[in-house]
Each structure stands twice: as C-alpha cells, then as structure tokens.
Design a protein around this ligand. Sequence first.
Ligand SMILES: [Zn+2]
Length: 247
Amino acid sequence: MCRKILSITANKRNNFLCSVVIWNFLYRNDVMKKNNNKEILKLCPHCGNRAPMIVATSYEHQIIYGDPPYTDEDNFLWSLFVCPNCDKPILDEKFRSSFEMDIDRWPIHEKTLYPYAQVNLRGLPENISKSYEAALKVRHIEHNAFAVLIGRTLEIICKDKNARGNNLFEKLDYLCEQDVIPGRLVEMAHGIRQLRNIGAHADLGEIVEFDIQILTDFTEAILEYIYRAPTRLEILQNRLNTLNKGE
Ligand SMILES: [Zn+2]
C-alpha cells in the first residue's frame, strides 16, 4: 500500500489523504465505538473472571499533526467497564494512528490502562494466546497454578519455534543457540522454568506474590520480543520507507 501511495502524483496524494481523513472519521465513529452499547466478553484483570461487561462511559481524544490537508492523527477511545463479579473498574484504550499508512490493515490497538501493567493478548498466535489467558485467569487466585500454566505457555512457545530438546531446559538453550531468543531472555525463560517447577512440586516451596510479578514481566518480555515487536518494527519500517521516498 505504501508503494502505491508514493507512485501517485502530489495532487492525487492530496485527494487521497483527504479521503483518508474522511474515511478515518467514519471509521473512528463506526469501528472504534461499535461495541460501546453491547455486552463484551472480557477477562477481568482484578479477579480473573471472564464475564460480559458493558461500557459504563467512554471518551474520545484526537491529536492532529501538521496542517490540512496534509495531516496525520492519533485517535484514542477510552472506555470504562465495571466487572460484575468483583465490582472493580477497568479502563481500556483503543488507539489508532494515520501514521500506520497501510489502510488495508489499519489496525486498532487495544490495551488495558487500569489496572496498570496488565497484559494483553493481541498479536499472539492463537494457541499461545489461549494458554496465556488460561494462566492469567488464575494469577491472583492460585499462585502455584499460575506458575505451572506460565511454564506451559513457555512450552508452547518452544513448540511454535520448533525448538529441539528432551525437556524445557534443552529447548530453551536450543532457541538461544539458534538466535531465536537472545541470551538474557533465555535466562528469564529459565527463571520461569524454575518457578514452574516450584509451583508444580509442593516439596520445593511456594510461589509468592513477588514471583507472580516476575513471571508476568518475564513472560511479557519474551512475548514482546518474539511476537509483538517484529510486527511493530515492520510497521515502523514501512513508515520510514514512505517518509524517505517522499523527500
Ligand atoms: Zn472482576
């Protein structure tokens, strides 16, 4: 799509960008808010319960860059939910930017702003997403089970990346040798593996709240490096190519 944009004349590009703005307006009001009045099945980060929730209130915010008609914009939609199970609030953000010029795939990025530092399942292969979600459901309910299920997620990542080895230890080292995961991340993965073992064997000890945060942070770092960051890097490179060719 970016190459197509660059091949048209400045005037056509102007018209094109105008249509982008109009389309963006419609899209923002239609797609960004399409779920506002519906019940959405959501995983509550507070209690781990998956329940239908409706938007209690929402607010739109827009940042415009440049002068018309050559503008770009960032669009935010913040939505507040209340969990029917634990009565706690959840603040979600939908974000999209015209800097991501690939209209065919102009994505909406969603994440939870509150409770802070909660994870999202976006950008993950389905089997990994399911496994990770299963772990998250018990994160604040059963710490040992969380460690075991995070270890299982790690196993599925190894399988997804065709890791060889007789056990998780060997598979992680294999991925390091193949440069799929850098050394420091493999150290984190081994940390997860050891906590998984503690969670699985009562005679080794107990997983505590401190471990839960470590497990979450390390898993997020691994998922970010392997799955999410490459997608965002591709988007950035497309944008930089567009800018460079437009000079
Ligand atoms: Zn809840």
